[in-house]
Design a protein around this ligand. Structure first.
Ligand code: 0X9
Ligand code: ZN
Length: 454
């Protein structure tokens, strides 16, 4: 997940110098199989030019600049691992995807909301889709709310779906998508879910039990940018300018400060990195918008789902550290397992630090640790790890991928209907300031469930 769109390399006196260039001409997609997790971590550590697309156990898929394939090969071999080139030219992959999308679009000239569900929508079409959902003749109550503005001033919209207008204070399921720009299947799946809730009569029981709040694109600037050209297709971050650097963007999923801003745990301090954690916790307006919303609605939100891709994972906290486990980890796992009983493909379940990798600053950790939403999940949608499609599956796969994930989420929500309750009493306690020597102890006791309350 590292240097994304833009790494030009000059090797001067054996030192790698970074600059900025658009495009992925001859960039390689490689699979690295390391001898152990520790070897894998050592292979990527400090190599910000390795743009990790996905990981599984001691293997990973990554995009690397052509000039550095030799270096990476040497490093991997010196660690006793194997490296295979999956794609020789990632720009061609983006081109192919673009061609496929255009053909798909030609076959479907109309733009009804049903047709929109079959495509990866650019941002303008995405906003238009949200309005079509709102203005269509739905039997349910639909409201659009602006939860904040992006770095470049674009709307971050939330759609609230409830059985009728009177259902204000009710258990709520919150879903976001598009924290990462290039993961196009995530907003497409959020759209599918929106549509099913608003227009499919069989969703009535889901709306009887819960209100639903959906933010289909949390990172509109990055999402828009990833649609602007083939060169920008694999953009991950937001589009915030980094003072003093030529490189743009913060990785929003490293910017949520829980338990605090920890760029060294699976993030980077280098603004050119695709996992740049930002100047400080919540330095990005997009992560702040989500934080503020969750913090002020945690009296009703009982579950938080963040849609990402790829790899087919259902992950829950903690991501920031492998050695801490939430007191209710078994319950989080049980609910995640319910999804697997409703889907034909298996999703790997587990705490994100253990099932995937350690990465601090994720929205899921904040939702649970900061906003105190008990059930917090990141879902890595298809394709599965190792697929040549990675972030760019053909549009023809959207319905299958989205409907399967929706079946999984519905099964999890079925479990939540039995156990999730709105807090009737809230213990408010003056938080211990972060500078205090007791802060870490305090956080740890809260994570362990010893200290309760929001
Ligand atoms: O690395 C991420 O941000 C997520 N994977 S992705 O490939 N979509 O980028 C996983 C985030 C899991 N949660 C935490 N680490 N908190
Ligand atoms: Zn992601």
């Amino acid at each position: 997940m590292l240097t994304g769109v833009s790494v030009i390399l000059a090797l001067t006196l054996g030192q790698t110098v970074w600059g900025v260039e658009e495009g992925y001409s001859s960039y390689k997609l490689v699979k690295v199989d390391a001898a152990s997790l520790e070897h894998l971590n050592n292979i990527v550590r400090g190599r910000d030019w390795v743009d990790v697309f996905g990981r599984e156990g001691s293997s990973l898929t990554a995009m690397v600049p052509p000039q550095l394939l030799g270096v990476l090969t040497q490093v991997v071999r010196s660690h006793g691992g194997d490296i295979t080139v999956i794609h020789d030219d990632m720009e061609k992959v983006a081109e192919e995807e673009y061609r496929e999308r255009m053909m798909h679009r030609q076959r479907r000239a109309t733009t009804s909301k049903e047709d929109d569900l079959l495509d990866f929508l650019d941002l303008d079409r995405q906003y238009a889709f949200q309005n079509k959902i709102l203005t269509g003749s739905s039997k349910v109550h639909l409201v659009k709310e602006l939860i904040g503005r992006s770095t470049e001033g674009r709307d971050i919209n939330l759609i609230r779906i409830s059985a009728d207008a009177s259902q204000q204070k009710k258990r709520t399921i919150f879903i976001d998508a598009g924290i990462h720009a290039r993961e196009w299947i995530a907003p497409a799946t959020a759209n599918y879910i929106l549509y099913q809730l608003a227009y499919n009569d069989s969703s009535a029981s889901l709306l009887r039990d819960f209100n639903w709040e959906i933010v289909p694109v949390l990172n509109p600037d990055g999402y828009r940018y990833s649609h602007t050209s083939i060169e920008a297709r694999f953009w991950r971050k937001n589009r915030q300018v980094n003072p003093g650097s030529k490189c743009i963007g913060t990785d929003l999923n490293r910017n949520f400060g829980y338990p605090e801003h920890m760029p060294d745990a699976g993030g980077s301090r280098n603004p050119c990195s695709d996992i740049y954690s930002g100047r400080s916790r919540f330095s990005a307006p997009e992560s702040t918008a989500l934080k503020d919303y969750l913090d002020t609605h945690n009296d009703t939100i009982v579950a938080y789902f963040s849609l990402h891709s790829f790899g087919r994972y259902i992950l829950y906290p903690w991501g920031y550290n492998r050695t801490v486990t939430p007191a209710d980890a078994a319950e989080l796992e049980r609910v995640a397992q319910a999804a697997n009983s409703a889907m034909s493909h298996h999703y790997t379940t587990g705490s994100s630090a253990k099932a995937l990798y350690v990465a601090a600053g994720g929205s899921d950790d904040y939702a649970k640790g900061g906003s105190k939403i008990d059930f917090s999940y990141t879902i890595e949608l298809p394709p599965g790890m190792g697929s040549r499609y990675n972030f760019a599956p053909p549009a023809s796969t959207i319905t299958d991928y989205a409907s399967e994930a929706w079946n999984g989420i519905k099964a999890m929500v079925g479990e939540l209907a039995k156990v999730a309750t709105i807090a009737t009493t809230t213990t408010t306690r003056k938080p211990i300031p972060e500078q205090s020597p007791y802060y870490w102890l305090y956080q740890w006791l809260k994570d362990q469930g010893v200290i309760l309350g929001k």
